[in-house]
Design a protein. Structure first.
Length: 225
């Protein structure tokens, strides 16, 4: 057989690979996007989410959150409103930003060093998972609330749309790794993949992780399995 007849173009090879993968995945393989998704990596500083009822306890009846800065994910924003977090033995962190819009649960997300400062042993949890988590007091200009649970160190994660998940070969709940090329080259393992039609591709790590890998001055950030 001549060399000319043996040579396959790229599109033929890609079709064969997709067909093989489709058989491996019970025929559910979806067309892979033609271009690499735009990846954004952000440091998620300490913040809290509140219910409307708790917001009114902190800021007064009928109070509504006022957007200060819109975030990368559609519809989410840093509000003008802040709270003071009070931990055991009256240790405090003032000026903790509330993120909007209001949710159906109140939750405080801190970095490991914040927990040391407050005297709280922070468990690593995905957002909304409050099993066996500590609480704290939240203080606003109109009042205080006792949060009996919901203080966490949010586990590192990546928001993905369905097309992004297809590109990286993952599904909701899977784990993926992050490589940072900077003055402190770092690999962070086990980022939780959170896949939803509403999401744009964005990595979230906390301030301790971001400072450790010098994310602010990174030249390259990539996801890999």
């Amino acid at each position: 057989m001549s060399t000319a007849t043996m040579a396959w173009d790229r599109s033929q090879v890609e079709r064969l690979v997709r067909a093989a993968l489709a058989r491996h995945h019970n025929g559910t393989m979806v067309e892979r996007p033609s271009g690499k998704p735009k990846l954004v990596a952000n440091i998620s500083a300490r913040h809290c989410h509140v219910t409307q009822a708790d917001l009114e306890q902190l800021y007064g009846p009928g109070h509504k959150l006022k957007p200060q800065k819109f975030l990368y994910q559609e519809g989410e924003y840093a509000a003008e409103e802040t709270v003071t977090i009070i931990g055991p033995r009256q240790r405090m962190i003032p000026g903790v930003r509330i993120l909007g819009p209001c949710r159906d649960y109140t939750q405080v997300e801190l970095a490991f060093t914040d927990g040391i400062s407050l005297g709280i042993d922070l468990p690593v949890r995905r957002s909304g998972d409050h099993r066996d988590t500590p609480g704290c007091w939240l203080m606003g200009p109109a009042g205080m609330i006792e949060l009996t649970k919901g203080v966490i160190r949010a586990e590192r994660h990546v928001h993905m749309g369905p097309g992004d998940a297809q590109w990286y070969g993952v599904k909701h709940g899977d784990r993926i790794n992050m490589r940072v090329v900077s003055s402190c080259p770092t690999i962070l393992e086990g980022l939780l993949c959170r896949v939803d039609d509403r999401y744009k591709l964005e990595i979230h790590i906390d301030t301790d992780e971001g400072n450790a890998c010098d994310l602010a001055n990174a030249t390259t950030v990539e996801l890999f399995r």
